[in-house]
Design a binder for this molecule. Structure first.
Ligand SMILES: Nc1nc2c(ncn2[C@@H]2O[C@H](COP(=O)(O)OP(=O)(O)OP(=O)(O)O)[C@@H](O)[C@H]2O)c(=O)[nH]1
Ligand SMILES: [Mg+2]
Length: 225
């Protein structure tokens, strides 16, 4: 695991992030936390844990991922939430598969071995619709487009040249993986409830933005974005 970095975006996660870092403290991977400059509560909450902190130049979940990915020095990275919803028990399997198959690994709540105790009816339906759009319009062989528990080779993540600073990045990642002809596969994964704090996704606004992002990629000539 020494060759793996967890890219952990965090926004006002002073309740959850210390517990997350406690859970993964014996994992030998690097932990890179990306948060806002003024998020002193979260910074203070993790002062006893060994991890690297990056203060974002700009705002947003997508921007945190982009700045995080740009700072990864290991060969492999995994996007990992700060709210406790991602179970780290899948990391070993994901890393083995990434290395063996040279492919991105998407954790999925909706295949064998997967599930969620965090989904609401709205997020469940929204995700199903966006995943279906991904399947039909982008030929994505994916079952859970919005989970964004994804591992892969760092060099390939960098080649995606991600640009979205908000939650649109959740669909930008699989679409650009497909455009670049990179290999990808899924494993079942159970999503836990967030440990505490409030969710940052605004279902209707972010859902609309994601729809616009999907339309943009569909209307842009294949391979140019
Ligand atoms: N640095 C940074 N992190 C963010 C931002 N927005 C969300 N995050 C983090 O990104 C991760 C995903 O955000 P969540 O609010 O949990 O989104 P979600 O998992 O889709 O929604 P829930 O199902 O409610 O948990 C969490 O670790 C957040 O703290 C942001 O603007 N900046
Ligand atoms: Mg969450």
């Amino acid at each position: 695991m020494k060759n793996l970095t967890l890219v952990i975006p965090a926004k006002h996660e002073e309740f959850s992030l210390p517990k997350v870092l406690e859970e993964i403290k014996n994992f030998k991977c690097k932990k890179l936390i990306i948060l806002g400059k003024s998020d002193t509560a979260t910074i203070r909450s993790i002062r006893n844990y060994k991890c690297k902190i990056i203060k974002q130049k700009y705002n947003g979940y997508g921007n945190a991922l982009i700045e995080g990915i740009n700072n990864v020095k290991t060969d492999y990275l995994c996007i990992f939430n700060a709210d406790g919803s991602f179970n780290p028990k899948y990391l070993n399997l994901m890393l083995n598969k990434t290395i063996l198959n040279k492919s991105f690994i998407f954790a999925s709540r909706y295949i064998k071995g997967g599930g969620s105790e965090d989904d609401s009816l709205l997020t469940f339906i929204g995700n199903k619709i966006f995943t279906l759009i991904g399947k039909i319009f982008f030929k994505l062989k994916i079952s859970d487009i919005l989970f964004t528990y994804v591992m892969g080779e760092t060099i390939k993540f960098k080649k995606l040249k991600l640009i979205n600073s908000d939650f649109r990045i959740c669909v930008e990642i699989p679409i650009k993986i497909k455009i670049n002809n990179f290999k990808y596969q899924s494993i079942g994964s159970f999503e836990r409830k967030r440990l505490g704090g409030i969710k940052k996704v605004k279902e209707f606004i972010d859902g609309f933005l994601i729809l616009v992002e999907l339309a943009k990629h569909y209307l842009t000539p294949y391979g140019k974005n």
